[in-house]
Design a protein around this ligand. Sequence first.
Ligand code: ADP
Length: 413
Amino acid sequence: MSSLSEEQQIDRLTRLLDVSRQLSATLELDSLLQLIIEVASELTFSESCLILLYDPQTKSLEFIASPGVRSKEIKTIRVPIEGSIAGAVFKKGSPLIVQNAHSDPRLFRGVDQFIQHTTKSILAVPMMIQDRTIGVIELVNKKDGNNFSKEDQTTLSILASHAAVAIQNTNLLVTLKKANEELKALDRLKSDFIAIASHELRTPLGIVLGHATYLEDILEDREGREQAEIIIQHGERLKNIIEDLGNIDTFQSGKSRLRKSSIDIRKLIQEVVQEYQEMAETKNISISIDNPQGELKTTGDKEKLHIAFGNILKNALIYTNDRGKIHIKTNRVGNFIETSIIDNGIGIPESDLEKIFERFYQVESHLTRRYGGMGLGLSIAKDMVMLHEGKIWVESVLGKGSKFTVLLPIKIE
Ligand code: ADP
């Protein structure tokens, strides 16, 4: 039979429900545990309530919440697993009511001595996460001198499960924060490395290219000039890679600024095509521009947009087989200028479409690649387009070709 009247039971359940709502709205662990011990004592008419957490390092239980003025000091006490009621509950993973705690040999007397208090009765329940016990929650001494009842045990078990969830959430949050900080530190390291590497490589490479060009000019024999030309070609490739690295560094560090001017996007496209004409001719790829007449102007950084379109066109040339076709369309769509670069090249697998704009991402693994590159071109293009508050996306069919589209807002400043 229940020791509580029906009215008292309803009261208790209503209060528990109330507290559950309050608990799910509180994120701060200490105030949450404090609320749990206050409510547990109030609902069960107990003198106090204590929450103990298992510390795997010391293999003992430590107080993480307790009422009263000495709560700070009590946190320094370690309750052993062997030789304490809380320890017995922790080990067995099941609740325990000890009505006559003072004469029970399992009572750990360290706490009573420390806070000058006499424990007469204890109700202790385990705090569980799934089937793992993480600690114990205890009620000490009934105020009305009665024994702890089954209802008290149920009430405390409900509150113990709230406490366990709160502790687990906090632990997860701490782990997540730590992982996040580590990631940020790694990212900073990567940025620093990129900044230093691109800066330090630039000067010696400039000297190598300068001397190779000089040699190409002064050498009389054809073979010697060809050798110098090879050095220049590969030096230029290296220069492009270093420039790419520098570009991502300036964007990442927020140093990237727009040098704005009025740009005719159609004219810009023609200039970009001009730049890659030689590469197209070498591969026998035709580049056609749809409707090249008529200005389509916006305000932006010409150099940065040149890089963006250049990287997309360069890819179209790289990833299209000899004698392929590239088609470029630029149109006004509402308040935007939409440019599409369409190739009939090798295409991109659907599962890679989202990822190709990430830094260093390449569809083929670096080890088996046939095409070279570093996986930076598209991420740079995306950065440049984003700086202009634009959008970039791709549609592609494997083996048939790809269509990259850039949408830039029309801004007249
Ligand atoms: P990469 O230096 O490798 O070209 P990008 O960032 O420019 O780096 O491109 C990322 C990857 O996207 C490329 O490695 C390639 O697999 C794929 N890709 C980009 N453009 C095309 C295209 N037009 N056709 C097919 N695949 C492409």
